[in-house]
Design a protein around this ligand. Sequence first.
Ligand code: BGC
Length: 879
Amino acid sequence: MMNPTTITTIWAENRRGADAAGIDETAPRLSWTTDGSADTYDIELIRENGDADHHRTTGTRLIEWPFAPLRSRERVTVRVRAATPHQGPWSTPFTIEAGLIERNDWQEPFVSPSGSAGTDTLRPAYLLRAETDLNQWGIRPSDIRRARVYATAHGVYELEINGRRADESILAPGWSSYRHRLRYQTYDVTHLLEPGANVLGAWLGDGWYRGRIGFDGGVWNAYGDDVALLVQWEITLLDGTVRRIPLAGNWRWTTSPITAVGLYEGETYDARLLPANWSRPGHDTSGWEPTQALATEDFPAALEAPPGPPVVVTERLRPVSVTTLPDGRVRLDFGQNIAGTLRIRVTASEGHRIRLHHAEVLEEGRLGVRPLRSATSVDTFIGDGKPQEWSPRFTVHGFRYAELENWPSGADIDVEALVVHSDMPRTGWFSASDPRLERLHSNVVWSMRDNFVDLPTDCPQRDERLGWTGDIQVFAPTALFLFAAHGVLTSWLRDVAHEQAEQGHVPNFVPWVECGFPNHPTAAWGDAAVIVPWEMYLNDGDARILRDQYPSMKAWVDLVASLAGPDGRWSEGFQLGDWLDPAAPPEDPGLSRTDRHLIASAYHIRTARILARTAGVLGHDDDARTYERLAEHALHGFRAAYLGADGTVLNDTVTSHAVCLCFDLMRDDEERAHAGRRLARLVADNGFHIATGFVGTPLVFEALIATGHVEEAYALLLQDQSPSWLYPVSQGATTIWERWDSMLPDGSINPGDMTSFNHYALGAVADSLHRHVAGIHATEPGWRTFTVRPVLGGGLTHAAATHLTPYGRAGVSWRRDGSTFRLHVTVPPSTTAQVWVPGEPGPRQLAPGEHDIESAYLPDTGEWHPPVPSLIGAPAESP
Ligand code: BGC
């Protein structure tokens, strides 16, 4: 008899790797992974009063909530077991707890310490506290089943209960388009309560809400003049009654030891100013002031539970070297470029100031701070004569190096770097026999970590850190392979839709801040509104993101259609083009070799096609036909303008050819083969150096593979002289650079104003490492079927990739032993792998399980590999 199937993990909606506390879905869909394939499954729901409900279902993915909708605050547990053909054991229970779903669940007002303080300078952070006695409300500890705090802020906040932090999250509530959406956090504070008197306390700083954000001087008070806190405290008694403990009249505020703080500038903390035990009961609050309650119209944003994980410290790094410099500063090298802060442990005498400087690189033996532009990134700690452990609360820096200025002489250097980003579970891994490729991949992983600090940003260090649409547009497939990024992207896409509706087009970065950048619809950037949801759907097979974003996707394609000429070409107006083409001068990164209108028109075809496919998935058949026709029309115009009669790509650049091939714009196989040959020639003539910017770079390797030019593809991938993917690796880079030559071969920093050492965009090539070098990609949305087809070349003797699909772990690992080729494939339950073995005419179909295959090693001599399905808009079917 076969072993019964066991359930390995359960999750609700896209919250992989976490329980579902404080969600605002009333009917959360359930998914689980298993170690086998059962025909049917039982779901058991247990309510808090012990009532149970059961439901039998087939499938393991996105099972519609079969029970009564959850109400605000309702807490249930769910268990799952295989039912037929063999009954399996019940899974570990999974808890789901609803947050405050209705607006009128919120009874507390926003309270503000600041009133109106619309100055354009760094401001202090505040301490707020509310003390109340549970006896006064007739509540004894033995009556309490659980206690929750629901909280959010205008600004950023950190919560303390009775002297202890409420959780480990950082920079809550994160950055959203605050005019439209404000996320609240749910804290389990049961274990923090004390009998009788209790204190809820908060640190509150400016953050994105009213601190300076954006470049060219940036914008202060982008969302309002006030900072304010919203806290609602509720206790559920043993009999199930929910009691709200009113706080409104009890709040008092004072300035905190953080005397000045900005996300870009850094934090100044004076340890002498921390009121002892300020968030413990009984603290003397004479000198603290009452807060002001904001009127309801002062917070128009909808309150919502976070669709993604909180920002936390995910790793702590010790310096790999500590050097005392001639001027007395102590330089620390953490060996890795990160987003985060330092944590220091030190005893500094009263009033002694230690300054912490940060930089990504060194130049001429000094911290290279010019690329930070106006983000000074200096923290100051002022001692109080006692041993202290401190890290700044309301700022983040992008750095590998730090310098300690004025560290007390003789004191131990006890300093760590805290790596800070959204707490996304890792889902993708890669390895290869060439360590340079492994480093390249690791750099991509790090640049993703460093730039997913609550939203997908361009860079983590300079006065920018904005949700640039084009960057995530090209990087989304890689991001979704590497980490469970759906929550972060779902949240961000909601902002995209809101701001698009407000402005009439997709802003170039979201949330949008008016800091002087041209506010015009832009190809490849605005197209993120269509491509990112589509990539999410391809990755996890969940069409809900398509349904939710459909109006936004459609509005973008309609807008571009209205901007296009009668022939369907988008050939007027502002464009960023193939941004950061290596041939563009440092001071003008948009001046690329490739015709920017060719790019704009090609993207229009691509997103119209994706929209047509999306309409098909959602059952909007009329729309599917309309947008298919729109795409056909635009394709016709494109070919007439940009392809010669013989199929020659008239704009003779690498990016143009890669775009035409990957977006499936050529007329037939002959034209494709011709364009492939020309592309291979252009790449070879350029000495296998990169000749592409943001648009062409994710496509060129792909286009060469797709047309059978494997040798050229690998020569390009493995080039290590600038410009190339491996040049930064050869220079010791630990993250992906914004420019191919952010650091010039002579060790000086590129003179351009845009010179970050931590931009994921050009790391989009990792998608090709997974798909072709290791050789694994989904063939059906959600990985129900996937393809294993390594492209053997480049002298590699081994490569491997693994992805945690919604069905479990899928993996490939291949190895060359002399003339023998060994392939190991992992196929998760309920899925099928199509596996190409060298020398065989077609793929083998492999069932779930572990498979070892051996054959002769035959380097790939250029059979055609179909272009990446997502790039051409297919496939259309839902799983
Ligand atoms: C950002 C980019 C962005 C570009 C477009 C830069 O400042 O850092 O990554 O996409 O501007 O203009």
